[in-house]
Design a protein around this ligand. Structure first.
Ligand code: ZN
Ligand code: ZN
Length: 122
């Protein structure tokens, strides 16, 4: 597993198959270009996530996946989209139209260069 910098944090994802939350360890790649890397993903429950403060921090940037990033801990999908309404990171299987498992918003998936990530100190 890649060595994390002091700027690493955890953001929250939701599996679109089982609707369970998971944590994603995110690290910053290049502070000037606001690029982030998804390093790891792990199962977490909602209360724990809230207690750890995984929903308090917000950053904006583009995301790449680390070579060892395992994907969603439930369905193992590595692709994802971010819900335009609640900002959740949700497993994505390539469909054009999606329904967010967290807030129920439906919409079309669009390619974006930068996304907003919410998370807490690691
Ligand atoms: Zn999943
Ligand atoms: Zn949502």
């Amino acid at each position: 597993m890649r060595k994390l910098t002091e700027e690493a944090f955890v953001t929250m994802g939701v599996c679109s198959r089982c609707k369970k939350p998971f944590g994603i360890t995110v690290d910053r790649v290049d502070s000037r270009h606001n690029q982030y890397v998804f390093v790891w993903a792990f199962k977490v429950n909602a209360e724990q996530a809230h207690r750890e403060g995984y929903d308090t921090k917000s950053v904006h940037g583009s995301v790449v996946l680390d070579d060892e990033y395992p994907g969603c801990p439930y369905c193992e999908e590595k692709r994802f989209y971010t819900c335009g309404k609640c900002g959740s990171i949700v497993c994505w299987y390539g469909e054009r139209e999606v329904v967010c498992p967290k807030c129920g918003t439906s919409g079309l998936v669009t390619e974006v260069e930068s996304i907003d990530l919410k998370g807490g100190e690691f």
